[in-house]
Design a protein around this ligand. Structure first.
Ligand code: ZN
Length: 133
């Protein structure tokens, strides 16, 4: 039986930004009392995403975001009239959900791994939904 949805609220502070949410997720797991299991994270937004990568050297995330911007240029012959097509496309490339292991009452991540929420059309108030299974 899955636990109730937990909501992590975030406020992005600029147009494009990756926010390390590892500690916030671990707080949710700690509050639940779950020691071993699975954490399902989901972003209910069309211009944001989630990913896991190196949290130690911030240059890694910087390179990920700059490379995404080369793949999906800010200016293009986009059909979507709202003007934020690059943000929608980047969200779809990165994905809106993660399934992560829980061990010892916290996320079981590799030594250099962190969990990131990534904003592509900020600044905005955002949410990450979590289910602990
Ligand atoms: Zn749009």
């Amino acid at each position: 039986m899955a636990g109730a949805k937990k909501v992590i609220s975030l406020r992005s502070s600029c147009k494009e930004e990756a926010i390390d949410i590892t500690d916030l997720v671990n707080q949710v797991i700690k509050g639940s009392g779950i020691k071993e299991g699975i954490c399902f994270l989901f972003v209910p937004h069309t211009t944001a995403a989630l990913f896991v990568n190196e949290g130690y050297d911030p240059s890694v995330v910087k390179d990920i975001l700059s490379s995404l911007s080369k793949l999906v240029p800010a200016e293009g012959n986009y059909a979507h009239l709202e003007g934020n097509s690059p943000a929608h496309i980047k969200s779809s490339l990165m994905g809106v959900s993660l399934l992560l292991p829980i061990e010892g009452g916290k996320l079981s991540l590799g030594r250099w791994q962190s969990v990131f929420f990534v904003e592509f059309d900020g600044p905005r108030q955002r949410e990450v939904w979590a289910w602990l299974l």
